[in-house]
Design a protein around this ligand. Structure first.
Ligand SMILES: *Cc1c(COP(=O)(O)O)cnc(C)c1O
Length: 373
């Protein structure tokens, strides 16, 4: 089997999706399953659909094209405001998109008319994350322009939280978003079909007891794929945190318990540096590096310690003398490590439990950072 590789347990993704879809359904909130961290991998998207998601979301048109090329025909929404230069492709591949700029919406409308389609527009409102979004005071005027524009249809409003600021939304934010949806309807007519309350960071609110108001959609990536709350990193009850596993290969095991004495040819290069505590540990080198993963997003299995990494090498301290050249070492990844690994060239993506299983009895998820050796 080739390394490095990411092993993907599709059954766990299906279960995570269906757990979230059914819990949110009780609150009348739909799930837009966000596939971007898996780079639009069609089998992973299919697992989300098999788990009950009705709509897919991605930030990049390349990923959506990959889904379409694989024959996935469900509605896909672009969750990052489209690039002006990609309007034609966005209209061709996506039923709708999240938007913040009227010039882009005009271009989408032009492309839609040319293609004989109507493209759905969801207006993204700035509500405190200070990343993307229309300022609430400008929302009405922009919505009115969209409503008058042939080729596009105003489908709703949405907001994003906790991406740049790290602060989770609360009930007050959700009430404000609900009122914005109603005010926009009052001002310019069409029913706001979608009121999208944010990403995985909003699950705590969504699964709580406060009324959902007009909020009827969440865009969920991390919670489905990794089963964790993005803010705390904690496991979400009932979800699997180990659907993805990174498998790497050992290429050097020579014990280097003592840092070798380095003589610098140029004394100016000699800098003090911190030495890791190396008691009883030996170093192994794995054939993976910054080019393939976010090294700081790997959880070290018990008895292993991250010493450092370069573009193509990952150096680990271990007290396990059994690791040989060619041995495989497995890691769980956080979201950032996952998205880099899935996008890395030369990474094998190995699907396991490819078919939906008949039995729907859920097993308890395994503890976090489990070593699967
Ligand atoms: C990435 C992204 C999401 C999904 O975020 P998760 O934390 O993975 O749930 C939702 N909305 C927008 C706008 C995004 O960029």
């Amino acid at each position: 089997m080739s390394t490095p590789r990411v092993e993907v347990d599709l059954h766990k993704i299906r279960q995570n999706t269906s757990t979230l879809v059914s819990q949110l359904k009780a609150r009348r909130i739909n799930v837009t399953a966000v596939i971007k961290a898996a780079c639009g991998h069609p089998a992973i998207a299919q697992a989300m659909l098999d788990g009950g998601a009705a709509v897919l979301g991605d930030a990049r048109i390349k990923n959506v094209q990959r889904l379409r090329a694989a024959g996935i025909t469900v509605p896909v929404t672009l969750i990052r405001t489209p690039m002006l230069s990609q309007a034609d492709e966005v209209v061709r591949c996506c039923e709708s998109s999240y938007n913040t700029e009227i010039v882009v919406i005009r271009e989408l409308a032009r492309a839609a008319i040319q293609q004989g389609r109507v493209h759905g527009i969801i207006l993204m409102v700035e509500m405190g994350d200070l990343r993307e979004g229309i300022m609430p005071k400008d929302l009405g005027a922009i919505a009115q322009q969209v409503v008058k524009m042939p080729g596009v249809a105003l489908k709703g409003v949405g907001a994003n939280f906790a991406c740049l600021s790290g602060k989770a939304p609360d009930g007050a934010d959700m009430r404000a978003l609900s009122s914005l949806a109603s005010e926009t309807e009052g001002l310019c007519g069409p029913f706001m079909q979608t009121v999208s309350g944010g990403n995985s960071a909003n699950l705590r609110w969504a699964l709580g007891v406060e009324p959902a108001g007009r909020v009827n959609d969440l865009r969920l990536g991390e919670a489905i794929l990794l089963g964790v709350d993005p803010i705390s990193g904690d496991q979400i009850d009932g979800l699997h945190t180990d659907a993805f596993t990174l498998v790497t290969e050992v290429i050097e095991t020579d014990a280097k318990p003592v840092p070798p004495l380095i003589r610098f040819s140029n004394p100016a290069l000699a800098k003090p540096y911190l030495l890791a505590d190396m008691d009883n540990t030996t170093r192994v080198i794995l054939a993976i590096g910054h080019q393939d993963i976010d090294v700081l997003g790997l959880s070290m299995p018990p008895g292993k310690r991250l010493i450092g990494a370069t573009s193509d090498h990952l150096v680990i301290g271990t007290n396990n003398p059994g690791l040989k050249i060619g041995s495989e070492l497995r890691f769980q990844m956080n979201y950032s490590a996952l998205m880099r690994a899935m996008a890395a060239r030369g990474m094998e993506i190995r699907l396991i439990k490819d078919r939906p299983s008949r039995q729907s009895g859920f097993t308890n998820p395994k503890p976090r950072h489990l070593v699967l050796n």
